[in-house]
Write a protein of this length. Structure first.
Length: 105
């Protein structure tokens, strides 16, 4: 028998309806389910925790830890704002001939 155990039940886990302990007949089924759970928990939960499935041969434990604080500037809402603020000018001059070895000629 193979099992997956959730180390700590955060509030998102409790709301999810997932079981704290799951049992499987094969190791392959256990590993596949653990991968899916780890991915779903990291993508769908509130982003307070980071979840990592650790394989202990006949058992996988999904550990949780606090996510590091994102230090990026949250004031920027989209890429268009970043482009407008950038001092770099990107353009295309159709009057210039491409280099001889540009790949397409």
């Amino acid at each position: 028998m193979y099992t997956i155990e959730i180390e700590k039940e955060c509030s998102c886990f409790k709301k999810s309806g997932f079981e704290k302990i799951m049992t499987f007949d094969t190791r392959e089924d256990m590993i596949n389910k653990a991968r899916v759970l780890e991915c779903r928990m990291n993508q769908e939960f509130c982003m307070t925790h980071f979840f990592e499935a650790v394989d202990y041969k006949d058992k996988v434990v999904i550990h949780s830890s606090l996510r590091p604080v994102d230090e990026e500037d949250d004031d920027v809402e989209d890429a268009g704002i970043l482009v407008r603020r950038s001092p770099v000018t990107i353009g295309f001059d159709a009057s210039e001939a491409p280099p001889e070895k540009s790949g397409g000629n």
